[in-house]
Write a protein that binds this ligand. Structure first.
Ligand code: EPU
Length: 424
């Protein structure tokens, strides 16, 4: 197992090439189950989660091949197997995205029910409820969700839950509805850019989806979908993570390929903190050269502040001149980074789904333990500015969602190395 060793204090200067979005690529890969013929996907990040999704697709009779130019070619070869087993689903929750495509195209889906994870309870009842509304019979057998449908029929589906809409739940119902008979209207649909990218991919394949990017989507079912070529959008969460890396080190960088319109709430927060963020010719420019102001923020469904940048923003606010308040409205227990950041000198007080962040003059290096993907990113950011050496253990979490993070950071001046644990 590897760890990352960071010597803090270097200013970052230069450009970050932003990879394709993990959370857009995963459902788009699952959507290939719906298509006849070959699909060619570009800008798919080479990440552990993507490899897991390819392994699951291979098990389901779908071939995946990456060519030298980086493109990923996906084609359904055999439709017999409809079972996504526990050993694969337990490694990656986004495996649940095969549920809708399998029941729509193969009339049967057996997908292991994902359990909770480090960021809290993660129910999937809205996914199954939405698919049941389209006409699928749903059962739970030995921990597997088993869905069967002779025919799916379009209808009105409401996907609002106690914490707002569901991103992968919207993806599942939308994918299934593309092949249902008649019109499906999804109310309280997720509006995330990753959902818009999935809808745009499906439309290229022959689907008839409208209203994506709004809470009301309309899908007119078609008889079949064909393969298509598609380039996945840039990863807004990777871009946001590197924006904070720049801000905490008083650096100056460009986030190449990143879209500022996908990060409106986050950019607004950075500007209130005093970080300069602007649209640049090829992405987003970020620089910071003065004391940071405290702010209050609440995570919300898109276009609100993204929960996937909450942990990283906590590091930034830990260095602000005063007290900030962070409230988590998507995953109220997503605070495992609080204990580890405290070990690095951050002053944090958790009260339910809220953390009060008292700004400190500096953070100090320490050995710390990654607990989930975005918490790991936060620990790396803290290491970049901490005095002395930080060792982030269990970096397999980071490899799930960030492509070559240490290489990208080292290229703009960070002192960061990947080291095998045994060599420590
Ligand atoms: N929820 C329900 N019932 C459901 C489904 C969800 O109550 O049936 C609740 C959840 O518990 C949560 C809220 O609704 O409180 C939103 O969850 P959502 O279903 O939208 O999350 P997800 O689709 O499982 C995706 C991303 C996450 C990201 C969330 C929120 C992918 C593969 N995952 O998860 O990404 O945090 O949306 O934006 O797209 C990450 O990349 O680190 C990550 C965790």
């Amino acid at each position: 197992m590897d760890c990352l060793v960071i010597q803090g204090g270097n200013r970052l200067r230069g450009s970050f090439p932003i990879s394709g979005s993990k959370n857009a690529a995963l459902p788009i890969l699952a959507a290939a189950i719906l298509c006849e013929g070959e699909t060619t996907l570009r800008n798919v990040p080479d990440l552990h989660d993507v490899q897991q999704m390819c392994a699951l697709l291979n098990r389901l009779g779908v071939s995946t091949q990456r060519t030298e130019d980086g493109a990923l070619h996906v084609r359904v070869e055999d439709e017999m197997n409809c079972h996504a087993p526990y050993e694969l689903v337990s490694k990656m929750r986004a495996s649940v995205c095969v549920l809708g495509p399998l029941v729509a195209k193969r009339r049967r889906a057996q997908v292991s029910m994902p359990g909770g994870c480090a960021i809290g309870d993660r129910p999937v009842s809205l996914h199954t409820r939405g698919l049941a509304a389209l006409g699928a019979d749903s059962d739970l057998v030995n921990g597997d969700m088993v869905l069967k449908a002779k025919k799916l029929r379009g209808t009105e589906v409401f996907l609002g839950g106690p914490f707002g809409s569901t991103v992968t739940g919207t993806a599942n119902v939308m994918m299934a509805a593309t092949l249902a008979e008649g019109r499906t209207v999804i109310e309280s649909a997720a509006c995330e850019p990753e959902i818009v990218d999935l809808a745009e991919f499906l439309n290229k394949c022959g689907a008839r989806i409208e209203g994506h990017g709004t809470p009301r989507m309309t899908i007119d079912g078609v008889a079949s979908l064909h393969g298509a070529s598609h380039s996945v959008i840039a990863d807004r969460i990777e871009a946001g993570t590197f924006a904070i890396a720049t801000a905490v080190t008083n650096g100056e960088t460009t986030l190449l390929g990143a879209r500022i319109d996908h990060l409106t709430a986050f950019v607004d927060c950075l500007r209130r903190v005093g970080v300069n963020v602007d649209k640049a010719e090829k992405g987003i420019s970020v620089s910071s050269a003065r004391r940071l102001e405290p702010v209050d923020l609440t995570t919300q469904p898109y276009p609100g502040f993204p929960t996937d940048l909450q942990a990283q923003t906590m590091v930034l606010l830990s260095l602000a001149d005063g007290n900030s308040i962070i409230t988590e409205k998507i995953f109220p227990d997503r605070f495992l980074h609080v204990g580890e950041l405290t070990r690095m000198g951050a002053h944090l007080r958790k009260e339910g789904p809220t953390v009060i962040v008292q700004g400190v003059k500096r953070l100090v290096g320490a050995p710390v333990m990654a607990s989930d993907l975005r918490a790991s990113a936060a620990l790396i950011l803290a290491g970049l500015i901490a005095k002395g050496r930080t060792t982030v253990h269990r970096v397999y979490h980071i490899d799930r969602g960030y492509e070559s993070i240490e290489k990208k950071l080292a290229a703009v001046g960070a002192d960061i190395q990947r080291v095998a644990e045994a060599a420590m």
